[in-house]
Structures are given as C-alpha cells and as structure tokens.
Design a protein around this ligand. Sequence first.
Ligand code: HEM
Length: 196
Amino acid sequence: MGFTERAFDYFAKLTKSILKQRRESSGKRGDLVQLLMDAYVYENDLKNASYENLTANTEQEESTEEALKGVTGQSSNKVKRTLTENELISQLIVFFVAGFETTSSTITNCIFELVSNPSVQERLHQELTTSLAGIDPESEQYYDVVMGQIPYLDAVVKETLRKYPALVRFDRTNKIDGYKLGNLTLDAGVLVECSP
Ligand code: HEM
C-alpha cells in the first residue's frame, strides 16, 4: 500500500505540532528538526547557484520565529531564504518515510534469515558477545564497535540487504544534453534508473 492521504495528513499534523512546540519553547535541540529550521541560503546565491557551490548555512543570526516566515532579511544581496513551513513539513515526512520502513523491513528480514540459518545465528552471537564484552551499552565505544568493528555483523546486514533490498532502484533525470555516461550519450530529460 502506498502513502495514503490519511497517513500524509497524520504526519503533516504531527510535524506542525512539533514545529509549534519548538517555536514556543526557549533553547535549541541538536537534531534534524532544528537544523532544518535554522538552515538558510542568501537569495542572491540561490539565483546564481550551481549544484556544487550551494550549501545551506545554519548559524542562527535571527530568531527561529523570523526564520520560519520564509524569506527574511533586509538588504538586496543579503536576503535570507529559509525553508517555509510546507517545505519543512515535506522534508520531515521524507525523513520518516525514508528511515522507518527501510530499517524495520531490513531488521525483520535479517531476523528471519538468522532463524532460518542457526549456524550463522550462532556465529554472530559469539562475535557480538566477544566484541562487546565489558563495554557499557550507553558508551560511544559501544556504538563505534557495533558500527565498524564487527565484520561478521556487517556481512550479515549486507547479505540481508542483498537478498531483500529495502530500495530496489533510484532514478535521476539527466539535465545536460549530450551527457556521457560510459559508452552512452544521453539527451537532456532522459530518466536514468539505477539499482543501488
Ligand atoms: C536499511 C536502511 C536504509 C536503506 C537501504 C536506505 C537507502 C537509501 C537510498 C538507496 C537512498 C537514495 C535514494 C535516492 O537518492 O533516490 C536513500 C535516501 C535517503 N535516506 Fe535512506 N536508507 C536507509 C535508512 C535510512 C534512515 C534510517 C534514514 C533516516 C532516519 C534515511 C533517510 C534518508 C533520506 C532523508 C534520504 C534522501 C531522500 C531524498 O533525497 O529525497 N534512510 N536511502
């Protein structure tokens, strides 16, 4: 089933209430919502922007309330463009959609494979027990070990994603007439689909 209108409305309302809460509370959080609320570029840079050189800034020189209005600032070449409320809502919904189903289905498939292959499960269990012995689960060290120092865990996750890819393809529209992609020459407007 796709992302229904009801689901969209739910997330739009939820996101709006989070933004309202943020505007009304003092202090800042160190998370994605805050980064998106603080992000801005200068209008002038936006007009002359190329893909490579346009990077949003997040240093806050104005109040979050001001930033939320969208376009702020005074002098012509220093007018700030922040994300509008609808743009913020869209970005946060993408974040939910991109992050939730991908991880939950990957974990489910991984557990299914481990149950179906007890010798793999046993080896993974042993490696985890050995690698994490005596390390506080709340510590940075624990995170670093899990994320980068257990090759068999990495192999199990990668094999799960190979057998059950959470995303089966992504696409891009070519913007440049005559663009060379390997042996191919692409016209502008051609859709290129890739298997990740
Ligand atoms: C097994 C887990 C995941 C897989 C396989 C996965 C895969 C991908 C792929 C292939 C793309 C590129 C899509 C494209 O450029 O067309 C992508 C984009 C993205 N992912 Fe993930 N992802 C995973 C988990 C997550 C998580 C946990 C988050 C956030 C909490 C997340 C947030 C995003 C976002 C925001 C984008 C950009 C979407 C956009 O450009 O519109 N992903 N992901």
